[in-house]
Write a protein that binds this ligand. Structure first.
Ligand SMILES: Cc1ncc(COP(=O)(O)O)c(C=O)c1O
Length: 388
């Protein structure tokens, strides 16, 4: 198998797994909230992990709240802003947010809140003038994705956060795809909240964190036993949190950005050279080093995914959440492209475990699959079902 879907999820790093194992056996199962030493051991492990996650983004440990992942962190940020700023009834987001921001905003709209969506251009760049003009004394929260999960395009977070601060609005960034891949620091901009997820940086699934600035007010989404300093009730998933801590420590030591970027460029240049009619979706410069989103003209994206799967190659039509649905990518369409382009685009995403020979094999298989599909694809561009 050649795994090129690392924006969907990553392999657990064996060093992360080793760190987690003692917390999954029968020796360390204490509740971190318990007062006896057996529980305190677990508490110490959680706090060590908190410090490591904080360090990765230049935060203080008390600014980190562990959650069940990026979706919960995003939902918590929106709900916190709604509760803290009842005097303001608008949210501001971009047109290229992940569904864990986009869908809750749709829900909030149905409750009477206004959600302003900011356009992006054909490179996936946010229109900063529009962003600034749309902010007002009605804006409770402005939320902007740090790096897009489908195209890898990096947002102007500093400028957007400063504009939000000038309007007196809170600012949140969904940094789930950026953290662990590129430097992210909460000190570079007036960021009140930032979402992270461990499984995007070779940590376990089902654990993430929400940074909440110590200067910011907060309101929890989950209310109960008051764990996580009252910010997220529910007994902590100790093994997963320990794994997240180790993954953060490893990422901080080395993002592998240069080597991954070189391999991504080898892949992309190989495809552009060998296959006609291919275009890159999104700004090629200002994007994550591991992501390549390609438009194959006249090729049905779903058919291509099927052929690549048969060749042992895992990649994605966009976000993992939309796999299996026939919906064309909302992100590619938000960049002003046609439904046809959105349906003919495929995302490839690499990791530190991707090798040169895998890349070369993937390019060769892609070449075969695309020419096969172009033979069976009717000129009209209508979609075909590929059974071979
Ligand atoms: C940008 C972005 N935000 C949020 C999420 C959701 O994270 P999780 O899978 O941890 O809930 C994802 C996952 O694909 C993502 O890419």
């Amino acid at each position: 198998m050649i795994y090129l879907d690392n924006n969907a999820t990553t392999a657990l790093d064996p060093l992360v797994r080793d760190e987690m194992l003692p917390w999954l056996g029968d020796e360390n199962y204490g509740n971190p909230s318990a007062g006896y030493r057996f529980g305190k051991r677990a508490r110490e492990a959680v706090e060590t992990a908190r410090a490591k996650v904080a360090e990765l983004i230049g935060a203080e440990p008390e600014e980190i709240t562990f959650t069940s992942g990026g979706t919960e962190s995003n939902n918590t940020a929106l709900e916190a802003a709604r509760r803290i700023r009842p005097d303001r009834n608008e949210f501001m987001i971009s047109a290229v947010e992940h569904s864990a921001i986009f869908e809750p905003c749709q829900f909030y709209e149905s409750t009477g809140l206004v959600c302003r969506m900011n356009p992006v251009d054909s490179y996936g760049h946010l229109d900063l003038d529009f962003w600034e003009a749309a902010l007002s004394d009605k804006t409770a929260l402005a939320s902007l994705i740090f790096a897009n999960n489908e195209t890898g395009v990096i947002s102007p977070v500093t400028e957007a956060a400063e504009a939000a601060a000038n309007a007196g609005a809170m600012f949140h960034t969904d940094a789930v795809q950026a953290v662990g891949k590129i430097p992210v620091s909460v000190n570079d901009a007036p960021i009140q909240m930032l979402s992270m997820s461990a499984h995007k940086l070779h940590g376990p699934k089902g654990v993430g964190a929400l940074f909440v600035s110590r200067n910011s007010r907060f309101h929890p989404l989950l209310i109960g036993g008051g764990q996580e300093d009252g910010r997220r009730s529910g007994t902590e998933n100790v093994a997963a949190i320990v794994g997240f801590g180790k993954a953060a420590e490893l990422a901080r030591a080395d993002f592998h950005a240069d080597s991954i970027g070189k391999l991504r460029d080898r892949f992309e240049n190989g495809v552009l050279e060998k296959i006609e009619g291919v275009e890159v979706n999104g700004d090629r410069e200002n994007r994550l080093p591991n992501t390549s989103n390609l438009y194959f003209t006249g090729v049905d994206g779903e058919g291509l995914l099927i052929l690549l799967d048969e060749a042992g190659i895992c990649c994605s039509p966009g976000s993992a959440c939309s796999t299996g649905s026939v919906e064309p990518s909302r992100i590619i369409k938000a960049m002003g492209f046609s439904t046809e382009r959105a349906r003919s685009s495929v995302r490839f995403s690499l990791s530190k475990f991707t090798t040169e020979s895998e890349i070369d094999e993937a390019v060769a298989q892609l070449e075969k699959a695309v020419s096969k599909l172009r033979v069976v694809m009717p000129k009209s561009g209508s979609r075909v079902v590929v059974n071979s």
